[in-house]
Design a protein around this ligand. Structure first.
Ligand SMILES: [Zn+2]
Length: 311
């Protein structure tokens, strides 16, 4: 009997959370992301495969469009791992039509060195070069992409993140801003709108302006956009879209280089480990309490965040 009561309570809480998400488009922290920006931004969303934009970034796309920012999408591959590259390319355009992104603002590459595959390592230099060309030709001033775990740990997602870090490093003297989609643990990943509570707490825990929780008041648009990817629209992806926290309340975090963080954030301290090429940066919340340590290493002239894969 007790388990039945717990189940009913969970379902009720799930529904209450969903109602909050559906009605929160102009409240809570959703309205603060980029709200300090002067004027409309020229945004480039950088993804690895067709369907990344719908499955992971549709709340971001809907949010940016609703605020009138100019959004471009750069997809680094056609998703040809199963030989369906051409089909998936067409599906991405259809999904973008649902998400109200103009088709001429969507670019899908099919570069021989950037092919879809978990085992394919993409050159960060090449990624950075292509992104820099896009920045120059389209006047981009804000980049959005995966974080260094890339939601699922897919190697192509992680490489795209590091390509953007390289761009930030090359552009350190110019004003270009980059934001990442923060990967959450498996325990939170399938809690759907329930995750709103933890996401909002998380965004409050970090220093002001570093992390935002975006609430997606149009989750049906995410479902519809993902449904355009017919070749990928199998039962487990349908369940993913319905139960994933990325559909309802994804977290966006700012990507900083170590030098930028030092000059901008007073609440952080950096200390050097025994090796001269490694630093540990301690992130503190607004009350000065340490919340996270990040391990950085010197790569060439840049300080880059060290990842589990040793990059
Ligand atoms: Zn992907």
């Amino acid at each position: 009997m007790a388990w039945l009561l717990i189940l009913v309570l969970i379902v009720l809480l799930w529904l209450v959370s969903l109602c909050i998400v559906l009605n929160a488009s102009s409240t809570l922290s959703t309205s603060k992301f980029l709200s300090n920006s002067a004027g409309k931004r020229n945004v480039l969303l950088v993804i690895a495969h067709p369907d990344d934009e719908s499955m992971f970034f549709s709340p971001t796309i809907l949010y940016l469009s609703s605020r009138g920012h100019n959004l471009h999408i750069l997809c680094f591959s056609t998703g040809n791992a199963d030989g369906k590259g051409n089909v998936r390319k067409a599906e991405l355009y259809q999904a973008c039509a649902i998400l109200k992104v103009a088709l001429q603002q969507v670019k899908i590459l099919d570069h021989p060195d950037l092919q879809d595959g978990f085992g394919n390592i993409w050159s960060r230099q090449l990624l950075a070069k292509i992104i820099e060309e896009e920045i120059t030709t389209k006047g981009i001033d804000l980049l959005i992409t995966f974080d260094n775990y890339g939601v699922s740990g897919h190697r192509n997602h992680c490489d795209v993140h590091h390509g953007i870090r390289m761009v930030l490093c090359n552009y350190s003297q110019r004003s270009i801003e980059a934001w990442e989609l923060i990967s959450t643990s498996i325990a939170r990943k399938y809690t759907g709108p329930l995750d709103i509570w933890l996401s909002i707490l998380c965004s409050l825990y970090y220093p002001a302006g570093e992390v935002y929780c975006l609430l997606n008041s149009h989750p049906h648009a995410t479902f519809l956009a993902m449904a355009q990817h017919e070749s990928q629209w199998v039962w487990f992806r349908k369940l993913f879209v319905v139960f994933s926290n990325y559909t309802y309340c994804p977290l966006k975090g700012r990507i900083w280089l170590v030098s930028q963080k030092l000059s901008r954030c007073k609440t952080q301290t950096v200390y050097q480990k025994q090796q001269p090429s490694r630093y540990v940066m301690r992130l503190c919340n607004s009350r000065g309490k340490a919340v996270k340590d990040q391990d950085w290493k010197l790569t060439g002239k840049c300080w880059l965040l060290k990842t589990k894969t040793g990059n």
